[in-house]
Design a protein around this ligand. Structure first.
Ligand code: ASP
Length: 349
């Protein structure tokens, strides 16, 4: 009897010892950064209530991701959870609250990327998937593809058992009013003049100046040392002809690579696509040996405005350094560190 007891004890000890050898030790450090879009965010046009609503929403997203990362969860889980919360919040131009297309519909784009495997997934032009970021993750994990669009993406999401909604779910009155306002301005502009001296049509100029963006995104470094990034948007108000911006384009609006950084962009999508902005920042770090801050600043504060675009990005590198540059009036943004230190900002520093 005594022998059997000793034998069982030995096996138990052996098992626990081997397990402790196999379980990788988690690093203490983790970082989470979120954004709620960049644009003409002027303090003069904000009310304290509105400001609080935005900061509360960013805070909620940060705290949800923080709990996941603190418990040893993955950067992928954290960025998806953050983006989902912001998609569900009608304040932001993603999921519920997305802007309207020219023909009065909501067409959503989203993407996600895992820095460890450099696997990525995205959906574009979808109108029936409640959380496009979750569909993007399903594309990454449950298909052999990277990007699915429109009805095909919706059929895939349905097959995966994701939550589907009637397109009317995405309606918000304020976004509807913005569309009517922009359309009225455009028809007035068209009657006056077709182009200004910069070569941009008056229609483009009026659209952009009135566009308050509001795309959402998150990037994270987890306790396993892995990076991930996710972005979700309704695109730009009054978009036409199946227009797709940078947010679902891997390398342009979203990128993550454990060798360098995780990046989520927001702004005038066409320019981010032309600059392959997110991946270029990573390349400048990898091949040009630049710091994250320097590479991100060059792309957002020099290259982007030089072409005529605007916007910003959030990023975290493999060491946990953060960058949040933008060349607009403001950008809804915030971060939380493993120490619990949390910062949320809207305007320039
Ligand atoms: N980048 C998004 C797009 O062009 C819009 C935004 O970030 O505000 O679709």
């Amino acid at each position: 009897m005594k022998r059997i007891f000793l034998f069982t004890l030995l096996i138990h000890f052996n098992k626990t010892f081997c397990q402790s050898l196999q379980t990788p030790k988690l690093q203490e450090k983790f970082v989470l950064v979120v954004h709620g879009g960049a644009g003409t965010l002027l303090k003069s046009q904000m009310t304290p209530e509105k400001e609080k609503a935005y900061t509360d929403a960013l805070d909620e997203a940060l705290m949800a991701g923080y709990e996941i990362l603190k418990a040893g969860g993955t950067a992928l889980d954290a960025v998806e959870a953050c983006v989902k919360i912001l998609e569900d919040n009608p304040l932001f131009n993603a999921g519920k609250g997305a802007v309207f297309t020219n023909d009065g519909r909501n067409e959503l784009d989203a993407s996600i990327m895992d820095g460890k495997s450099r696997k990525a997934g995205s959906v574009a032009g979808v109108s029936r998937i409640k959380n496009p970021v979750t569909a993007a993750r399903a594309v990454m994990e449950k298909s052999r593809h990277v990007m699915l669009i429109g009805g095909g993406a919706e059929s895939f999401a349905r097959l995966q058992g994701l939550e589907m909604v009637d397109p009317s779910y995405f309606y918000t009155e304020s976004r509807w009013k913005s569309l009517q306002k922009i359309k009225a301005q455009d028809s007035a502009a068209l009657q006056l003049d077709h182009s200004d001296t910069s070569g941009k049509s008056s229609v483009q100029v009026s659209n952009i100046e009135n566009e308050k963006h509001g795309t959402v995104g998150a990037v994270a470094l987890d306790r396993h040392g892995n990076l991930a990034a996710a972005t979700s948007t309704g695109g730009m108000t009054n978009k036409r002809f199946g227009r797709v911006g940078d947010s679902p384009v891997i390398g342009a609006g979203t990128y993550a690579d454990n060798n360098t950084a995780a990046i989520s962009c927001t702004g005038w999508g066409e320019y981010f696509i032309r600059l392959v902005l997110a991946k270029t920042v990573c390349d400048m770090m990898e091949y040009g040996k630049m710091s994250l801050k320097k590479a991100a600043d060059i792309m957002i504060k020099q290259k982007l405005p030089a072409l005529g675009g605007d916007g910003g990005l959030i990023a975290v590198d493999k060491h946990g350094n953060i960058a949040m540059p933008f060349c607009t009036e403001g950008m809804y943004r915030g971060y939380i560190l493993h120490t619990g230190k949390k910062v949320i900002k809207i305007y320039k520093d």
